[in-house]
Design a protein around this ligand. Structure first.
Ligand code: NAD
Ligand code: COI
Length: 329
């Protein structure tokens, strides 16, 4: 059996090698992303293992069907950049890794929020300038706040437990209610109710096309003054221009952003020696109230090992049985 893996980083190589050793599978590792120009490298392989935040090309599915490659195994959670209808039509079985480490993302999102709440970026800057004064950077306490979680799946639930550990009041919105959370009275009925009650709003839902710019100027208008926004889900869920305006007006006190709607050409690339032309992104980065990271919430040793291993296991299952593995997680 022969697989080809795209967008492979050095930190993933040991886990691919471990998979090869434990299984009778040869995996060819390629640093390039999977595009319509690179997909032809997959000719002659049984499965494609991929990872990227940009759109997978529509041509990919027809190419795979023609070449008899049935398995497209992505080694991450989100499937928002795939054309799943077209994949189905072409008989391609797409698998993801639904739970490589929900805790990794949840821990990161709460850590970043705490940094903003306690003004740590500002104090880091002041310390570097030898300014050791306290004022005016007095903080608010998380235990006195209401945290609104949008999406109570694996990551949202993990975040919920951490927030509850801090003593915060947690409310949540999700169109699908989990019975145990419903019994605890966690859910509000509408997004509007969550916007009106929450001091912190944290997104843990998929980036489906239907929810693009769900958080727009109208949504911000419904929120409390001085609200904090946390987005480790998908950049397109937030209308970035509306967010910038809401920060500038003081409606939003701070934003933790690990994702950005135009992130694909920027994140995990070195832009230190060239100007970024995306003016919205530059405006966002210039705001003190924004704590931006380049989509690293997932980036832990545990997560990376699971992403590689589970994606390869899924591809092997599709190639040998013709079907995706059934998982309980
Ligand atoms: P999940 O499938 O376990 O949970 C998603 C939840 O969102 C579900 O309960 C679903 O019912 C809910 N949902 C769907 N549409 C909604 C809507 N319109 N409003 C409110 N809730 C809605 O997924 P997860 O593992 O918790 O991951 C959530 C998202 O986090 C992923 O889809 C991905 O986009 C993102 N993610 C980011 C990183 C990162 O490194 N930053 C890593 C992994 C996942
Ligand atoms: C995901 O798993 O959905 C992520 O956002 C991680 C990223 C490396 C694609």
């Amino acid at each position: 059996m022969k697989f080809i893996a795209f967008s492979v980083r050095d930190d993933e190589r040991p886990y691919f090698e471990q998979f090869e050793q434990k299984n009778d599978v040869k995996v060819t590792l390629v640093a390039d992303a999977l595009t319509k120009d690179t997909m032809h490298q997959a000719k002659g392989y049984d499965a494609i293992i991929a990872l990227q935040t940009g759109q997978y090309p529509d041509e990919l599915y027809g190419f795979m069907a023609e070449e008899g490659i049935k398995s497209l195994a992505i080694r991450n959670v989100g499937t928002d950049n795939l054309n799943l209808d077209l994949a189905k039509e072409k008989g391609i079985i797409v698998t993801n890794v639904p739970a490589y480490s929900p805790a990794a993302i949840a821990e990161f999102s709460v850590t970043q929020l705490m940094q903003l709440l306690r003004n740590i970026p500002t104090f880091n800057h002041k310390i570097a300038q030898r300014d050791f004064r306290w004022a005016p950077n007095i903080a608010r306490e998380l235990n006195e706040m209401t945290v609104g979680i949008i999406g109570t799946g694996r990551i949202g639930r993990a975040a919920m437990q951490i927030y509850q550990g801090f003593g915060a009041k947690v409310i949540a919105y999700d169109p699908y209610h989990a019975k145990d959370l419903e019994e605890q009275g966690i859910y509000v009925d509408t997004l509007q109710a969550l916007y009106q009650q929450a001091d912190v709003i944290t997104l843990h839902m998929p980036g489906s096309k239907h929810d693009t710019h769900m958080i727009d100027a109208d949504a911000f208008a419904m929120m409390k003054d001085g609200v904090y926004i946390v987005n480790t889900a998908r950049g397109a869920l937030i209308d970035t221009k509306a967010l910038i305006a809401a920060i500038k007006s003081g409606k939003v006190a701070g934003a933790v952003l690990d994702t950005y709607e135009g992130e694909t050409p920027l994140f995990n690339h070195d832009w230190s020696n060239k100007p970024v032309q995306d003016t919205t992104f530059n405006e966002l980065l210039a705001l003190d109230q924004v704590l931006m990271t380049p989509h690293i919430a997932f980036y832990t040793t545990t997560a990376v090992k699971n992403m590689v291993t589970i994606a390869c296991d899924s591809a092997k299952s599709v190639v040998t049985t013709g079907d995706a593995p059934t998982r309980q997680n």
